[in-house]
Design a protein around this ligand. Structure first.
Ligand code: SF4
Length: 411
């Protein structure tokens, strides 16, 4: 009986303490409301603000569930990506239809090699990124607040094919226009007007302009265009799986294969990127991987061999893998250009380990730019820089004309 009374008293004391703590918390929130500075700065009629997806209310705020950072955002606070905000208790994206960089590129520039070689791809970015790569090649647009971006962007409007009267040379004459808002419908009609066969969500990190990319990709698919997401792969599985039915190719920038490198030089972790690659594989998506080789930082032979053997075991030998040359930039401007020999060695070893399509990027004229038949070894797609010099795959629907081997891709 005495023991029962003691337990009851303890339970009452705990309940009283909990009630007192709750009252204290409520009083603190009432007297010191969470900051709303940014919310006040963003006018309700801002043309680029839209409801954001993938969030849940939590404590006195919301948690964004779009990427593995899962930022907790009190009212008015912005996420690590700088482009998502808790506004009135709901997640908002600040960059819907806000273009920061829009170009008509050869698809080889992405680089994407197994989708319509030699075609043009309408490529766009909005500001922002969830990662902090010290060697970012596009930091002027990825590491800024949307308010810091230029108010307008030049976008491709029309492409006329002309012939030079004196030389007889055929060339494209691209007309551009300046816009401050570029809705999904205008992207799709623009891409068709400039003879692009696909649209790339690229340059910055498309995961953080998810809603804009998703709506555009759906419209583009309905108009017969292909969609390509060029990403660091730092996105949660649920949003990724919702997007994949509209994506034709996903290009993942696998920045290294060492978690310490990811934490120190990328500002993230390796595991979520591996999970993204596994999700792509599980969903049967076409994807390619690029690894930017930074001298002295991620070019260790053991780590590169571990990366290749993981790709082989978990993703298969058909996945195209690029070893790309690094050029000094941003906070790694003190590091030199990757020697071409490093890339050649990495490619040779990856092929010896069993990968069938290993390329060298950012090194025009390297034999590793071309696609070879993994069975007979003949050149099937000869490239020089962004140009395709010889194409034996489009006419055959992706089969080696010599032995019929099927090459994965959309040709
Ligand atoms: S998308 Fe942005 S706000 Fe959302 S979790 Fe990632 S970094 Fe945070």
């Amino acid at each position: 009986m005495a023991q029962e009374n003691t337990s009851r008293t303890s339970a009452l004391v705990i309940s009283a303490v909990m009630a007192a703590l709750s009252l204290c918390a409520a009083a603190i929130i009432a007297f010191y409301p969470p900051p709303s500075t940014f919310a006040k700065l963003i006018p309700a009629d801002n043309p680029w603000v839209r409801d954001g997806r993938f969030s849940a209310p939590i404590c006195n705020g919301v948690q964004c569930k779009l990427c593995p950072f899962e930022c907790f955002l009190p009212e008015g606070a912005r996420g690590r990506c700088k482009v998502r905000i808790n506004y009135g208790g709901r997640i908002k994206t600040l960059i819907y239809s806000k273009p920061v960089s829009v170009h008509l590129d050869p698809i080889e520039k992405k680089p994407v090699y197994h989708l319509y070689p030699g075609s043009l791809i309408y490529s766009l970015a909005s500001p922002g990124c969830n990662l902090r790569c010290k060697g970012c090649q596009n930091w002027e647009i990825s590491q800024i607040y949307p308010e810091e971006a230029a108010k307008t962007a030049l976008v491709p409007e029309r492409l006329d094919i002309k012939v030079d009267g004196s030389t007889g040379q055929v060339y494209g004459d691209l007309k551009q226009k300046e816009v401050s808002i570029l809705p999904p419908g205008d992207i799709v009609s623009g891409a068709l007007a400039v003879r692009a066969r696909s649209i790339a969500y690229t340059y910055s990190e498309p995961a953080v302009f998810y809603e804009y990319m998703y709506d555009t990709a759906r419209l583009a698919r309905a108009q017969g265009l292909k969609n390509v997401m060029v990403s660091a792969g730092y996105i949660n599985r649920e949003p990724l799986e919702e997007l994949l039915p509209y994506m034709d190719v996903v290009k993942i920038d696998l920045k290294g294969f060492d978690d310490k490198f990811y934490r120190k030089y990328v500002g993230g972790r390796l595991e979520p990127v591996k999970n993204t690659l596994l999700t792509l594989k599980k969903n049967g998506k076409l994807f390619e991987i690029v690894n930017l080789v930074v001298p002295g930082l991620n070019d260790g032979e053991d780590s590169m061999a571990a990366m290749v053997s993981w790709i082989k075991k978990e993703l298969g030998t058909d996945v195209p893998l690029f070893f790309s040359r690094f050029f000094p930039n941003y906070q790694l401007s003190n590091i030199g250009v990757t020697p071409v020999e490093t890339l050649t060695r990495a490619r040779d070893k990856a092929m010896k380990q069993g990968l069938k399509f290993v390329y060298v990027g950012n090194a025009a004229g390297h034999p590793g730019e071309s696609t070879y038949c993994p069975v007979c070894g003949r050149v099937l797609m000869k490239r020089y820089g962004y140009a395709v010099l010889e194409n034996q795959l489009t006419a055959t629907g992706g089969r080696c004309p010599h032995d019929g081997t099927r090459i994965p891709g959309i040709w």
